[in-house]
Design a protein around this ligand. Structure first.
Ligand code: PSV
Ligand code: MN
Length: 424
């Protein structure tokens, strides 16, 4: 299914008057509004190919119907999102879930939908049917060089596939670790992992980056070999200038100060990419901004401050991606909500009066500091985000139009009710 321009125009027309009123008010309140809109138009958030179907939990999975059955259909789904919000212009693939059969055809399908290929993700956390050696006790950390080599070769193969698609980054997330005290020699596990990553790093093409994603726990519950930002930064620093840390919001221990982590990684020039989601307890993979919108804003506040301090282009300097899972919502509606929440937080961070904040910080005026941040956070910026979307041909209200056009019903009638997307 494709959404046609006339359908978007008809939807927008009905909402124009109300929008104009809200936008004029927002513009009258914010002198920087045009500058902000230019940034919003450039800012694109990649959609993970594995989040287009129902995720499920270890207790079960309730299919929503009409899930994409192939890489082509996944690209079509991201195309639908991008058509509606004009802010999802990239897809991130996970190998071997998404191996293309015809690279040129896949590339031109993506181009047709206005999409580029974001970071490629390797998978050494599951065993595949045709795999010789098992990852039950780890992959790049494994005590057996044979297993490590198999995982290294897989990552190099993923780079090769990414090159064929025009991607320029590899994300390595390892489930490696241990479930019980004494199971693993931490130092040897780290050294094996580093040696393995060095081999992968050596295979990176010139303009490529590798992102080392950390996670505190799960599926290993005693130790994780890339368990936190410190360990990831150690690997990234030892590997070299093409290696960076990737922050997934759900991969921290409870109450971690993620905004401070982000600030310091940026200061060190080692923050490479982001996986957005939200959580209450662990790696819940919920819709971005659905639980802790203030935290999302504070993270963006540090991102904007840190990127500006280093002259980093907001849109292209880092890899921006959603990494969520959908158990009870329509995945496409959920992704539209996540993108909207991210754009709102980014806009609010752009509105922070940095000059005033610097002065207040310098004067230890704690009350004023809080007022400045919360003034931005409490600003209703939805009309500004909507204006940016409208100027690029998107829908005034993406979820509303998605429902109005009966997109899910259409997908179910084309693909069937009991389809299962590849992935988690
Ligand atoms: C692991 O929890 C993770 O966040 C990694 O990014 C994976 O690649 C992704 O989820 C999908 O399983
Ligand atoms: Mn992730």
């Amino acid at each position: 299914m494709e959404i046609e321009k006339y359908q978007i125009d008809a939807h927008n027309e009905k909402l124009t008057a109300a929008h104009q009123q809200r936008f004029s008010f927002a513009a009258s309140e914010n002198a920087k509004v045009e500058e902000v809109i230019t940034k919003l138009i450039k800012f694109q958030i990649a959609i993970p190919s594995w989040a287009l179907g129902t995720g499920g939990t270890r207790f079960g999975r309730f299919s929503g119907g009409g899930e994409p059955r192939s890489l082509e259909e996944k690209i079509e789904d991201v195309g639908l999102l991008h058509k509606l919000n004009q802010s999802s212009g990239a897809i991130s693939l996970h190998i071997p879930w998404d191996i293309p059969t015809d690279y040129d055809a896949i590339k031109s399908l993506a181009t047709h939908h206005g999409l580029r290929f974001d970071a490629m993700n390797s998978n050494t956390f599951q065993d595949q049917a045709d795999q010789k050696l098992s990852y039950k006790f780890g992959s790049l950390q494994h005590v057996d060089k044979g297993v490590r080599q198999q995982a290294i070769d897989h990552n190099i193969e993923v780079i090769r596939q990414g090159v064929a698609l025009g991607s320029d980054a590899l994300t390595v997330w390892l489930a490696d670790g241990s479930c019980f005290p004494g199971q693993l020699n931490f130092r040897k596990a780290f050294q094996n992992t580093l040696e393995s990553l060095e081999e992968i790093y050596a295979a990176l093409p010139d303009a490529w980056k590798v992102f080392v994603e950390y996670k505190a726990f799960e599926p290993n519950f005693y130790s994780t070999t890339v368990g936190d930002w410190g360990q990831s930064l150690l690997y990234a620093s030892k590997l070299g200038p093409k290696a960076y840390t990737l922050v997934d919001l759900g991969h921290h221990l409870p109450n971690a100060n993620i905004e401070q982590i982000v600030s310091l990684l940026l200061m060190e020039g080692k923050l490479g990419g982001f996986h957005f989601n939200d959580s209450k307890y662990g790696d819940d993979d919920l819709t971005a901004g659905s639980m802790k919108p203030y935290q999302l804003f504070l993270i963006f506040n540090e991102l904007v401050e840190g990127m500006d301090a280093k002259g980093i282009d907001h849109a292209t300097g880092l890899g921006w991606m959603i990494d969520a899972s959908h158990n009870v919502k329509d995945p496409l509606e959920d992704l539209l909500q996540s993108v909207e929440a991210i754009m709102i937080s980014y806009t609010q961070a752009l509105l922070v009066d940095r000059e005033a904040l610097n002065i207040a910080q310098q004067e230890n005026d704690v009350v004023r500091c809080q007022e400045i941040l919360q003034d931005a956070f409490r600003t209703d910026v939805r009309a500004i985000v909507q204006e940016a979307r409208l100027r690029t041909g998107g829908a005034a209200q993406p979820v509303q139009l998605y429902r109005g056009l009966k997109v899910r019903e259409n997908l179910i009638s084309n693909r069937g009710l009991k389809t299962v997307a590849t992935g988690l």
